[in-house]
Design a protein around this ligand. Structure first.
Ligand SMILES: CC(=O)N[C@H]1[C@@H](OP(=O)(O)OP(=O)(O)OC[C@H]2O[C@@H](n3ccc(=O)[nH]c3=O)[C@H](O)[C@@H]2O)O[C@H](CO)[C@@H](O)[C@@H]1O[C@H](C)C(=O)N[C@@H](C)C(=O)N[C@H](CCC(=O)O)C(=O)O
Ligand SMILES: Nc1ncnc2c1ncn2[C@@H]1O[C@H](COP(=O)(O)OP(=O)(O)OP(=O)(O)O)[C@@H](O)[C@H]1O
Ligand SMILES: N[C@H](CCC[C@H](N)C(=O)O)C(=O)O
Ligand SMILES: [Mg+2]
Length: 493
């Protein structure tokens, strides 16, 4: 990541646990780099041990390319006397702090709120961003869908960027006079110290269910990673947790932050109740005030409660918050509804975990009022947690009249293998209502062909994504576009 800022190395190392330093600390660092292929003269190269390779093996290349300093866990055998080598126990953790210092600790000068949980991070962070803008603040957003500084959209590559990119974005937000920033905190980002060194005004926990076991290996590790976010919150922050999730209280066991709760089921600081939920909107009671929302679904009732609670904890008044919240619309690809001229309902949703899929299909089940069919088109991503594949197929069958199993992002896996693993989750009595169509476009067209007026088509898994990743290449693909094509064709048939 480039920058036109420069910092003295000694200033960057303040408070960093260092094992040894070889070379002068009186050097100027022009940028911090984690990828040897992007090293620049005058930069500091940080050697990270990754999942694919070890950054330590590129140290010499970066020194030859002009790096002034190297941060690493193990010193190379041959040291260059023009370069400063800093040895530390954990390069990633040290880098988090160094990146924050390099950009002048922007998170300390903003109200930064992080959202973690298996599902709902993008929804809650985006709602908070929209809400605080509507309340008159200048805001920043860091999310899976996109990063945003007021109206300026900056494409996002990760749910949570690496520490350098993250602090750079925060410093740009600060420069553009943002007072509030809302960001997603993925479990990967906690485990890899992408958020180490940030100062949070608050943290929100949505829920935790099955995902990312390819990376964390066990559910316990996954819980620990999420809990790590709350462990590192300062005393001045709030920790707002969903206590209807049975891990809610575990998350805040060791936090220094002020613990606050939200719930649809039990006593909590922020307590909600759904009065009615239809395709047109949701009527809720929140802390004894009745509100009408445009967004729908029980899972969104949780998201709205989290947003309401966080806004009040940030000092906003209840009346103003509820007024603005009632106008919010769902973020792109989150339960996004489309209607064909002959009244078929199409829903594009990013549900890519068993829990999300179940929530969305339960919501659809509650919204049904007659004999309309539910047709679900769903796939699972390649090179990601394989355990969720049969589970998602079984859930699709449980709630749908017709299930079309198809490809998501196969990445480097054979789509047919993924589909075979999904198919194993289909109960024998549901074979008849399940078809497998590997081509996602064909699958969506088939759903359209099978749908009659009033039927509901759910296209799950890719939400806002406008590509399909096959063998490392991202091909343009947009569920919404294909669905609208299908709806157009419906009319001409
Ligand atoms: C599994 C994972 O999190 N991987 C991230 C990780 O890469 P890695 O650990 O595999 O790195 P590696 O390839 O082994 O390389 C190790 C080090 O050597 C360096 N290197 C490598 C090659 C070289 O020639 N020179 C060189 O210097 C690399 O830059 C790296 O610093 O660190 C990289 C740099 O920050 C990330 O880009 C990369 O994200 C990959 C692309 C990814 O797909 N990540 C996903 C799983 C992810 O992070 N998802 C979460 C959650 C999603 C959600 O639920 O919303 C997210 O926050 O997006
Ligand atoms: N609070 C919630 N609880 C359960 N499911 C939810 C919740 N909010 C949204 N969902 C479902 O999960 C899907 C993903 O939602 P969202 O994008 O907000 O989650 P996320 O945590 O950001 O996901 P990711 O890990 O991919 O960044 C939605 O499309 C919806 O189906
Ligand atoms: N942020 C999630 C997104 C998954 C989206 C789904 N479409 C897939 O490709 O599996 C991940 O990286 O696991
Ligand atoms: Mg997200």
């Amino acid at each position: 990541m480039e920058s036109n800022q420069e910092k003295k190395l000694s200033d960057l190392l303040n408070g960093i646990p260092v094992i040894t330093i070889s070379g002068s600390q009186d050097v100027t660092i022009s940028s911090i780099i984690i990828d040897s292929r992007r090293v620049l003269p005058g930069s500091m190269f940080v050697a990270l041990r990754g999942t694919q390779t070890d950054g330590h093996q590129f140290i010499e290349t970066t020194v030859n390319a002009g790096a002034s300093a190297v941060l690493c866990e193990a010193l190379p055998e041959k040291l260059n006397d023009k370069v400063t080598y800093i040895q530390t126990e954990d390069s990633a953790a040290a880098m988090g702090m160094i990146a924050a210092a390099f950009y002048g600790h922007p998170s300390q000068k903003l109200s930064l709120v992080g959202v973690t949980g298996t599902n709902g991070k993008t929804s809650v962070a985006t709602f908070l961003f929209q809400l605080f803008r509507a309340l008159g603040y200048r805001c920043g957003l860091l999310s899976t869908v996109q990063n945003q500084i007021e109206d300026e959209i900056i494409p996002s590559t990760h749910t949570t960027p690496d520490a350098v990119a993250l602090n750079k974005l925060l410093s740009e937000m600060l420069e553009k006079n943002c007072s509030h920033v809302f960001m997603e905190v993925s479990s990967h980002s906690v485990a890899q110290h992408r958020i180490t060194g940030l100062h949070f005004a608050g943290g929100i926990f949505t829920n935790i269910t099955h995902d990312h076991l390819d990376f964390h290996k066990t559910f316990d590790n996954y819980i620990k990673a999420k809990k790590g976010f709350f462990d590192q919150l300062p005393k001045s922050a709030f920790a707002l947790v969903n206590v209807d999730d049975r891990r809610g209280s575990v998350m805040v066991q060791n936090t220094r932050a002020k613990v606050e709760t939200y719930s649809l089921q039990t006593l909590a600081s922020f307590k909600g109740k759904i009065i009615s939920d239809t395709l047109a909107g949701m009527h809720m009671e929140i802390n004894q005030q009745e509100v009408w929302f445009r967004v729908i679904g029980r899972f969104n009732a949780y998201n709205l409660l989290a947003v309401y609670g966080a806004a009040l904890l940030l000092g906003e008044s209840s009346g103003a918050v509820l007024t603005e919240l009632s106008n919010l619309k769902s973020p792109p690809g989150r339960f996004e509804q489309f209607h064909s001229a002959d009244n078929i309902v199409g829903i594009v949703d990013y549900a890519h975990t068993p829990d999300a899929l179940e929530n969305v299909l339960e919501t659809i089940t509650h919204l049904r009022h007659g004999n309309e069919k539910v047709i679900t088109v769903v796939g699972c991503g390649g090179n990601r947690d394989a355990e969720k594949r049969p589970k998602m197929a079984a859930i699709a069958c449980k709630y749908s009249n017709l299930v079309i199993l198809t490809s998501d992002n196969p990445r480097y896996e054979d789509p047919l293998d993924i589909l075979e693993q999904m198919r194993k989750g289909v109960p024998a009595q549901d074979y008849k209502k399940t078809i497998v169509i590997p081509d996602r476009r064909e699958a969506i067209f088939k759903a359209g062909l099978e749908a009659n007026p009033e039927d509901i088509i759910l296209i799950a898994g890719k939400g806002h994504e406008n590509y399909q990743e096959i063998n490392g290449v991202k091909h343009h693909f947009d569920d919404k576009e294909v669905l609208l094509e299908v709806f157009k064709k419906h009319l001409s048939n």
